[in-house]
Structure formats: structure tokens, C-alpha cells
Ligand binder design. Structure first.
Ligand code: WQD
Length: 395
């Protein structure tokens, strides 16, 4: 019986986090990745580059020709779909048949804290109804494993730092609220019972702190459309001249700092930045998605029989446990790019919280997660990507 690759569907696979997750999964040679994005071309540049990268790395890691299934694992089925439409998602699942898709990594979402305070309903439509459609279609097609991309923003302003997964969820932005709403949906599905039997659905929610950096090849990275909302890609666009023509004296090159009156080391917000490849590594490093993420366990009858360790829904914080302020990020990017950024403090951004720092022990012990890449490595990898792709993928 030829080795059967597990089919894993990644929503948002062509995006920044998605492309690095796809790269990490296909590099193991254990999975056939199916990507669903709302892009409108055959195979997004990010995925074709990831596929080629994984194949070349696979070939150089073997001292033999790769088997047919290993080569097959580096080819990505890329689909376009409107994730908020269950019929559109249903069409994709129908291509692979009942039980054809082994698991889903759900990454696609709008994710800008500030923007979500301006267009909340767009965030609820895109983030919550898309997840509802996906879950409905998954149950119809017998797909019963999901990794949900959640966010540290579910915690709002934490009562203490570093933040544990047991910290209450009190989001302070519509974006954070959409993430909690989706966690609730998934948790309720996992713990639901039908005719006294539990619905055989297993899930984990990965609460990303602040992903940063890029694959060290410089081939794959963050490519926001228009002016970046996030700090690090914005600094990279300024340094490469996409904003402000590469001139530090240009008004447009000035970084507007959203407030320096927070109760933090230098008054600016503190975040826990982790390398996007370390984030992706929490999912899998060597084909252990099932053992590490989806504990293969027998169905648990109803809620009464569940043992404490048998949570069928579990959340994990993914961060380094190290807080870095906005001004410290600016200094790190000066060092990586050589660009002399100027800053100007303006008012706070709606939805921002003073600090978000992870307590990552649970992910470390239960998922084998580790985040060894330093802030300097994140900035150097980000800069290598941006220098090599000043206009992003659409060069
Ligand atoms: C970082 C800090 C800003 C821009 C992001 C994603 C979110 C989640 C976590 C995945 C904040 C400050 C920014 C600027 C600034 N990721 N800043 N001037 O808001 O922590 O959230 O990472 O789930 O989806 O949005 O990141 O990079 O937007 O901001 O002063 O021009 O930089 O106030 O304190 P954030 P960010």
C-alpha cells in the first residue's frame, strides 16, 4: 500500500503566516497541503516559491532521489474561495470526498487591531462567519480536526504578565472579540454530544503573540497590500524606500508612535515578538501533527466521562516570553537596516493595550514548541526579504 499523504487544508495559506505554515508542513514530506485563499490567480507567488523551496531543501536533505510521494507532498493544491460562503467552501471539500481532508489549519482572517475599531462588522463577517461556514462544511464532510489561529489580543489588558492560557479573555478590540467568538464556536463543537456520544471533533487554538521575520532565503515574507498597519513591515517599507523614498529626512519616513504614556519601560507599548518560522514550528517539525496536536484518542462519551487531560479543545500561547517596546523595535530595525528612522509620538491607537507577553510553558511541554530565533534574527530575516522584494511579490 503506497504511503498515503494526509491532506491538510490551510485557509490563508498564501498569506504571511500561512505560507510559512505551508512551508513547515510540506517540508516534513508527510502532508499534501490544500490552500484556500481569496486571491484571484492560479497559484500565488508565495505558494509557488514555498513549494520550490521545500522541494530543493528536501532534495538536499536526502542523499537519495526523493520518492514520488515526497515530491508530491511539495506540490500545493491552491484554490480560490470566498470563505464566508459555505457553498464556496463546500465545493472545495467535495473535490476530496467524504473524510478526504484529514485536518484544517484555519489562518485566514482580517487582523488589524486599529482597523477593526473602524469597520467592526466587516471583521465579524470575515472572521466569524467564515469560521462558522468552515466548521459547518467540515462536519458535513467528516473532517474533524482543526488548528485555529487565534491571537494574544483575546486577553485584552492582562491582569498580570506573563500571560497564561487560563487568563480570562477580555478583548478590547473588535478583532480580539472575533477571535474569542471563534474560540467559543470551536470549543462548543468539540464538547457537543449527539445521542449521548461526543462529536468526534478535536481542536487546538494557537494564540499568536506578535509574529515577525521571514524565511531566511529572502524568498517568502510579509506582503501587506498598501500601507502596512503593523509596526515591523511598516519600518521595512520605510527602510526600503517604498514609503518616503528611502530618505530619513522625508516627512513620510517618520514613524508615528501611537502613544508614549503607557505604564511600560519607555511609555510605548510592549509586545512579545516571535519568529514566524518558530510559530509555524509549533504545528510540526517532523510529521508529528497528529501526536503533537491531535492526540489520537478514542471518542469520549459525553461530557461526564471526560478526564481532565482529555480536553478536546485546548489553547496554547505562542510567544517567546520576552517583552519589547515600540522604541526598542525601532532600534533593532536601525541595526538591521542601517536606516536612521525618525519617530514622532502621536495619540494612542484605539484597541491597543499596554503590554502582551506570553507565558509559553504549556506549548513548550505539550507541543514541543520552542522559539529560539532572536529579535535580531527576526529583523535581519525581515530585511533580507524586503531588500530582495522591495515591491513584495508583485514586482
Ligand atoms: C505593535 C505596536 C502599536 C504601527 C498584531 C496583529 C495581530 C496579532 C498581534 C496575530 C503597537 C505600535 C504600530 C505604527 C506604532 N497578530 N505601532 N506605530 O497591534 O500588537 O497586533 O500582532 O494574531 O493580529 O495586528 O501589532 O504591529 O500593529 O503594533 O506605534 O505605525 O506598535 O501601537 O503598540 P499589534 P502592531
Amino acid at each position: 500500500m503506497p504511503f498515503e499523504l494526509k491532506k491538510v487544508l490551510v485557509t490563508g495559506g498564501a498569506g504571511y503566516i500561512g505560507s510559512h505554515v505551508v512551508y513547515t508542513l510540506i517540508k516534513t514530506g508527510q502532508y499534501k497541503v490544500i490552500s484556500i485563499d481569496n486571491h484571484h490567480n492560479s497559484l500565488p507567488a508565495s505558494l509557488s516559491r514555498v513549494s520550490a523551496l521545500a522541494l530543493s531543501e528536501l532534495k538536499s536533505s536526502l542523499n537519495r532521489d526523493p520518492t514520488e510521494s515526497e515530491v508530491e507532498s511539495t506540490k500545493i493544491d491552491a484554490h480560490t474561495a470566498d470563505l464566508t460562503s459555505s457553498s464556496s467552501v463546500n465545493q472545495i471539500f467535495s473535490l476530496y470526498g467524504q473524510g478526504g481532508i484529514w485536518g484544517v489549519v484555519h489562518i485566514a482572517a482580517f487582523k488589524a487591531v486599529g482597523e477593526s475599531t473602524q469597520i467592526p462588522l466587516t471583521y465579524y463577517a470575515n472572521n466569524v462567519s467564515a469560521t462558522l461556514s468552515l466548521l459547518q462544511v467540515m462536519t458535513q464532510w467528516g473532517c474533524r480536526r482543526i488548528v485555529y489561529s487565534s491571537s494574544a489580543t483575546v486577553y485584552g489588558t492582562p491582569p498580570e504578565i506573563p500571560i497564561k492560557e487560563t487568563t480570562r479573555r477580555e478583548p478590547e478590540s473588535p478583532y480580539g472579540k472575533t477571535k474569542v467568538a471563534c474560540e467559543w464556536m470551536i470549543e462548543d463543537l468539540c464538547t457537543s454530544t449527539m445521542d449521548g456520544k461526543s462529536v468526534p471533533f478535536q481542536a487546538i487554538s494557537l494564540r499568536y503573540f506578535n509574529p515577525a521575520g521571514a524565511h531566511p532565503s529572502g524568498l517568502v515574507g510579509e506582503d501587506p497590500k498598501g500601507r502596512p498597519g503593523n509596526l515591523l513591515p511598516l519600518l521595512a517599507h520605510i527602510a526600503v524606500g517604498r514609503i518616503g523614498n528611502g530618505d530619513p529626512a522625508n516627512e513620510k519616513s517618520i514613524l508615528k508612535v501611537f502613544g508614549d504614556d503607557y505604564p511600560t519601560v519607555d511609555g510605548t507599548c510592549v509586545r512579545d515578538y516571535l519568529h514566524v518560522l518558530d510559530l509555524a514550528g509549533a504545528l510540526d517539525e517532523e510529521g508529528k501533527l497528529n501526536e503533537r496536536v491531535f492526540k489520537s484518542r478514542t471518542d469520549i462519551v459525553g461530557g461526564k466521562d471526560r478526564r481532565p487531560g482529555d480536553a478536546k479543545f485546548k489553547a496554547y500561547n505562542l510567544g517567546k516570553g520576552i517583552g519589547v517596546s515600540v522604541l526598542e523595535i525601532v532600534e533593532a530595525m536601525k541595526k538591521a537596516t542601517g536606516f536612521q528612522f525618525r519617530t514622532e509620538v502621536i495619540g494612542r491607537r484605539a484597541g491597543d493595550v499596554p503590554y502582551l507577553i506570553a507565558e509559553p510553558t504549556l506549548a513548550q511541554t505539550e507541543l514541543g514548541f520552542s522559539a529560539p530565533r532572536t529579535l535580531d534574527v527576526m529583523c535581519a530575516d525581515l530585511w533580507r526579504w524586503q531588500k530582495a522584494n522591495p515591491q513584495g511579490y508583485d514586482a
